[in-house]
Design a protein around this ligand. Sequence first.
Ligand code: GDP
Ligand code: MG
Length: 162
Amino acid sequence: MLPVVALVGRPNVGKSTLFNRLTHTRDALVADYPGLTRDRKYGQAQLSGHNYIVIDTGGIDGKEQGIDLEMARQSLAAIDEADVVLFLVDGRTGVSSGDDMLAEHLRRQDKPVFLVANKTDGVDALVAASDFYSLGLGDVYPIAAAHGRGVNQLLSQALSPF
Ligand code: GDP
Ligand code: MG
């Protein structure tokens, strides 16, 4: 089985931007990976010639009510399927209540979690990251998914045990 990386986080933090960058929008061969469902979006990606699977979450279809619940439901399912979790937050807005909820769940998991502060282009990455240490998930990894900054270093670390 290939290692599975889940992208979780509240809406608009840049999960799909990172997914597209990692997978180059190649379609995942979902049927080839037992245990994965079509409920979430799967893609195949490569790092230094090694394949892995990326899961995007948050296909929310506009119903304002229940966004938090739907995010939580998809996130929990993706976390279950993953070998490593990338928890994305918005490096420009600081901690939000949606972040707290997911952080609390992730702190109770045994899985490796990387706390990723996205959108750190054009801002001081260290300052942007500093707000998120309060989430209690250890180091904060600043990236800019839209431009690629920090992305390869992050994935190298996240995938190094696999
Ligand atoms: P998702 O809801 O978590 O999947 O977030 P999206 O990937 O749809 O991105 C939400 C918005 O953030 C879009 O307008 C993206 O263009 C923007 N965005 C994503 N990554 C970056 C980044 O690294 N820098 C900046 N400035 N904007 C970004
Ligand atoms: Mg998305």
